[in-house]
Design a protein around this ligand. Structure first.
Ligand code: PHE
Length: 464
């Protein structure tokens, strides 16, 4: 049987690939940083609530749309919206997803590229020298590395080449294979580092910081930030999960898969926090709560520990792996659009789309430079509208993903009929007792919560 689109080999293949998409810079970089900034505990509680009440239902919605139609976002909306209110206008959500994939990938890959450079710095021992003095490393990162157009371009292009390679070999032969190798490795490295962190003196304090909520420190901005991050970290709102869901068969339980993916994603994000906070607490260094903490502070702390050079290298390899399985999913959304809607072959779609995004990303790479860029590097936007780099990020995280997620929730909750959604959620699962709960969350809770992000962005008060 010829299958021009491809399929996962089975449940594990799908779960690993989807978890690979979800786990990325959002978990290892962004989450620890925003948790730190928002004073831990209470923020973590809100974040977990956002994942459970908004993230999981929307993930189920995306996967069900993909499996039902066996198409990527534009085609899926086209087919499902026929004869329904709104009709072909719903395709716009698919287009928005393609645009988001394009936009996010063009800056995400630049940051991901930094991990290649840092791994190299760690392995050659250069990082140890630089990191001996925090000021020297900061200056190196901001004034030398970021400011170097050729270096930024080189690593971005390298990372895009790896990404394109993964997608080029198809769903099973490329995407799934990469995930099956990298995800267990990533998990093992993280476990080793968590075990290591339990032996540090800062461990207890890290656990208290993360899991002892003090709700008096919680701000409205923090709640919105937790919600926005739930989208980004679960790869929701742009059709990545929809696309991955279009490669599964009827034998897979969508509710169970969505829960597993979300649990793993949350677990890894928390593990990353435990590691980083233990290390930071142990060092006693006064850490500035900056988005660049991963590239300026962490190495200075790690080098002081026994085996620090190797730990540093492992750490950046880990982040690079996590980022790669995410960039692959971003490129897959854009490529599968060309495959499904333009009738291109996978090879042509991947090389062309990968190439165009690489070129576009070079603009982002070149827009970095000098210290002013430091404040604009922020995976979930904020006021970061400086330069091309910041603008891309701001657009994608504050607009595309929440708006996409909002519309997906409305579509599955109000436009698709109950018979369709129930059947899709029960196929491969059996009678779903939680169906009523899912429907309530997707009709009311998710749109209202996401609507709050959108309104706050419009009012310009998103993160006071
Ligand atoms: N979820 C990824 C991360 O946390 C980012 C991502 C967003 C990937 C949207 C795909 C789609 O880093």
């Amino acid at each position: 049987m010829t299958d021009p689109r491809g399929h996962w080999s089975g449940r594990i293949g799908f779960i690993l690939a989807a978890t690979g998409s979800a786990i990325g810079l959002g978990n290892l970089w962004k989450f620890p940083y925003i948790t730190y900034e928002n004073n831990g505990g209470a923020f973590v509680v809100v974040y977990i609530a956002a994942i459970a009440l908004v993230g999981v239902p929307i993930m189920m919605a995306e996967i069900l749309m993909g499996r039902r139609t066996q198409l990527s976002p534009v085609g899926a909306f086209k087919v499902l919206a026929t004869d329904r209110p709104g009709g072909s206008a719903w395709q716009g959500v698919g287009w928005l997803g393609v645009l988001a994939g394009f936009t996010i990938l063009s800056y995400y890959s630049v940051v991901a590229g930094w991990t290649i450079h840092y791994t190299w710095l760690a392995l050659t021992g250069k990082l140890a020298t630089l990191a001996a003095d925090p000021a020297v490393l900061s200056a190196y990162f901001g004034n030398e590395f970021l400011a170097s157009g050729p270096q930024q371009t080189l690593y971005h292009v390298l990372f895009m080449a790896l990404t394109t390679g993964g997608v080029y070999f198809g769903v099973k032969g490329g995407i799934e294979r990469v995930a099956k190798i990298l995800m267990p490795l990533l998990f093992s490295i993280l476990v080793v580092m968590v075990i290591y962190s339990t032996t540090t003196s800062g461990f207890g304090e890290a656990i208290r910081f993360l899991f002892k909520p003090d709700f008096s420190t919680l701000t409205k901005g923090a709640v919105l930030e937790a919600l926005g991050h739930a989208f980004f970290t679960l790869s929701l709102g742009m059709g990545a999960m929809l696309t991955y869901g279009s490669y599964i068969g009827k034998q897979i339980s969508i509710p169970r898969a969505a829960l597993q993916i979300s649990l793993l994603d949350t677990l890894i994000a928390l593990m990353a926090c435990v590691i980083m906070f233990s290390i930071i607490n142990t060092s006693g260094i006064e850490v500035n709560k900056s988005a660049t903490i991963l590239f300026t502070t962490i190495p200075t702390v790690l080098v002081k520990l026994p085996g620090g050079g190797l730990l540093n290298a492992l750490f950046y390899i880990l982040i690079g792996f996590a980022a790669l399985t995410s960039t692959i999913s971003l490129l897959e959304v854009v490529s599968s659009f060309a495959i499904d809607e333009l009738g291109w072959s996978r090879h042509r779609a991947t090389v062309t789309m990968g190439g165009v995004i690489t070129i576009f990303g070079v603009l982002n790479a070149l827009s970095l430079g000098g210290n002013s860029a430091l404040t604009s590097i922020n995976l979930i936007g904020r006021e970061s509208t400086q330069g091309v780099f910041g603008t891309m990020d701001y657009l994608a995280s504050n607009w595309f993903l929440p708006v996409g997620g909002f519309l997906i929730a409305l579509f599955c909750g109000w436009i698709l009929n109950t018979a369709t959604t129930r059947k899709e959620l029960e196929d491969g699962h059996g009678p779903l007792t939680g169906y009523g709960l899912w429907r309530f969350l997707i009709r009311f809770v998710a749109p209202l919560a996401v609507g709050a992000i959108i309104v706050s962005v419009i009012l310009g008060k998103e993160y006071q």
